[in-house]
Design a protein around this ligand. Structure first.
Ligand code: SF4
Length: 286
């Protein structure tokens, strides 16, 4: 690193390089070809529907195992494999009329489950409504509860590093959780809480219509696939959630406790990158 580098930039760079080393990238480079982000990813989280450049195609029905169908969202489900539309976001607008602000307004100052009694802020979700990639976690922690934003604590910083390692910016994806209020003591959400809150997650996904959903941890995986099976049997495999391609992988909080698992998660994310047409970095550490 240059000796005159700003200390804050130097520290950020050091942490980034340590992260790459953790996930098995001993060396890497980016070529100077036009980046994917300038070609297919929304640059502005508030971008007007229809103004983005050529969208990536919707997922074709592939051989991913469909474990179960999740409950329907309130609005009618649009066809999942319709002919290419000018904009995925625009298409969902036309079919259902639903938007993220409408879903948020319906959630309101929610008291539908007991988690409302201990929360400080509802954590609805954050990112681009036109995102091709959505990360779904379990529920807010203390930092998220205080700020009203998902994944802003230590695990969130790690998730941001993972997103950036994929060649994306956090604002280009959408991040949300199964439950929107913090379970006390960071316990897993209970069934009645998931049942009360998950319809809003399903509606968020139906508005965004992402190309890929990444479930971070067992709660997201089990909620979307309506199963109580262990995530360990399905982690890293392509799954099907109502026609969306879905990948289940470890939660960043788990990675903080088990850094050795980062390389497994990176393999999963590389599959996601390939699916999305992002450049997969091939250089591996010895
Ligand atoms: Fe409402 Fe969801 Fe919060 Fe429960 S967790 S109070 S359902 S927003």
């Amino acid at each position: 690193m240059p000796a005159d580098l700003d200390p804050a930039v130097r520290e950020k760079l050091r942490r980034r390089l340590a992260f790459y080393e953790d996930i098995g990238l001993g060396e890497f480079y980016r070529d100077r070809a036009p980046s994917m982000s300038s070609r297919v990813w929304p640059q502005d989280p508030d971008a007007t529907p229809g103004t983005e450049e050529t969208p990536l195609p919707k997922p074709a029905p592939k051989s991913a195992p469909a474990l179960a169908a999740a409950p329907s969202a309130k609005s009618p489900s649009p066809p999942r494999h319709a002919p290419p539309a000018p904009s995925l976001f625009e298409a969902s607008e036309k079919i259902s009329g639903e938007t993220l602000p409408i879903v948020r307004a319906d959630l309101g100052e929610c008291t539908r489950c007991k988690l409302h009694t201990t929360r400080h802020k509802i954590v609805f979700g954050d990112g681009s409504a036109a995102a091709k990639l959505v990360f779904v976690g379990e529920g807010p922690g203390a930092d998220e509860d205080a700020q009203g934003l998902p994944f802003v604590g230590r695990a969130g910083k790690l998730l941001t590093q993972m997103i950036e390692a994929m060649g994306l910016k956090r604002e280009q994806v959408y991040i949300c959780n199964v439950v929107k209020c913090r379970p006390p003591g960071n316990r897993p959400p209970e069934k009645d809480e998931v049942d009360a809150c998950s319809p809003f997650l399903f509606r968020q996904l139906d508005v965004i219509r992402p190309q890929v959903i990444v479930c971070l941890g067992a709660t997201a995986f089990q909620t979307l696939l309506q199963t109580n099976r262990s995530i360990s049997h399905y982690r890293g495999d392509w799954l099907d959630y109502r026609g969306y391609k879905m990948m289940a992988t470890y939660h960043p909080a788990y990675l903080l406790r088990n850094p050795a698992a980062k390389s497994e998660v990176w393999k999963d994310l590389q599959k996601v990158m390939a699916e999305l047409g992002l450049e997969v970095k091939k250089k591996q550490a010895k």
